[in-house]
Design a protein around this ligand. Sequence first.
Ligand SMILES: NC(=O)c1ccc[n+]([C@@H]2O[C@H](COP(=O)([O-])OP(=O)(O)OC[C@H]3O[C@@H](n4cnc5c(N)ncnc54)[C@H](OP(=O)(O)O)[C@@H]3O)[C@@H](O)[C@H]2O)c1
Length: 325
Amino acid sequence: MKAVVLTQTGAPDVLQMIDVPVPNVKRGWVLIQVKAFGLNRSELMMRQYEGNAPYIHLPRILGIECVGMVADASDTHFAKGQKVVALMGGMGRSFDGSYAEYTLVPAKHVFAVDADMSWEQLAAIPETFFTAYGSLFDSLQLRPDDVLLIRGGSSSAGLAAIQLAKSIGTQVLASTRKEEKRQLLMNTGANDVLIENGTLGSQLKALYPQGVTKILELIGAATLIESMNLLNKHGIVCVTGILGKKATMDNFYPIKDIPSGVYLTGFVSNSPSKELIDALFSHIKQHAIQPVIAKIFSLDQLADAHSMMESNEANGKIVIVNNKL
Ligand SMILES: NC(=O)c1ccc[n+]([C@@H]2O[C@H](COP(=O)([O-])OP(=O)(O)OC[C@H]3O[C@@H](n4cnc5c(N)ncnc54)[C@H](OP(=O)(O)O)[C@@H]3O)[C@@H](O)[C@H]2O)c1
């Protein structure tokens, strides 16, 4: 089969398509014919530097998610030809992932879906929408009467979060570093846009002097302390992203740094449950949500797709389709 294998970290052109054997089926794992998949920030980091970490063993076929059809169900409850999505659990990290025509994934990370969407549309959903959905409705316990700030609103996860929050009627503020992305955020459903230029706090306080009730923090540790101070009493911040390239916080002093009565939580998409995935897809169907797709590439254009993500100009989910789709 054709696959794009990471053999060393570096610029996007380290991603070259080569011929490799189709993975051997094994008990408890499902062989999926990959139809399409979404590109993820974590794959960018893997290609740039994380591939050198001691816990990553190259060569590795990257790709933490995919959509496709069951090619061989092995001894699992799936059936050949079933439409599935697969994500996480070490996919594309501790075992080979979706940058290929076929991928072998543990059954508990494979979910049957009956969504009536094209493969390209479906590919924009699993990781991005699961992350946004879990962050909003599980970790943040979002409700219609909340006022939500999404920091890093122009990321794919941010755009998905805007759509999901709007679908239940929540008031949504979204941030970007770039004034020219204001319209994208408004068109996606944001009520107001804040610019990450060092004055975000005062922009927010001008609109909501008491602060907001919920914050989805996709920039991460770099802006977390400020975010906690933009919440009203009993407000919740959920740290889901690390767009600000800072995963940890030096000298974090919880008693002083977390304002009294403010709640700090997080979300990690590593263990998707069937319940949450089913709830996500029925929510998307019920609210007729169409994912925002930036551009569709083919498997042999993965280097170009990575370059586009690196430019920060994608404005939506980057989707890769199998050349033989
Ligand atoms: N917790 C989890 O399980 C989980 C799962 C999925 C994703 N994530 C994380 O969620 C975040 C979003 O992922 P994604 O795939 O949706 O990203 P993405 O679509 O690639 O996001 C691109 C946008 O991020 C913004 N950005 C880039 N560098 C930034 C910086 N230094 N400071 C502020 N904003 C910056 C830019 O927006 P502007 O130019 O408009 O400012 C850019 O357009 C990432 O940190 C990712 O690792 C976490």
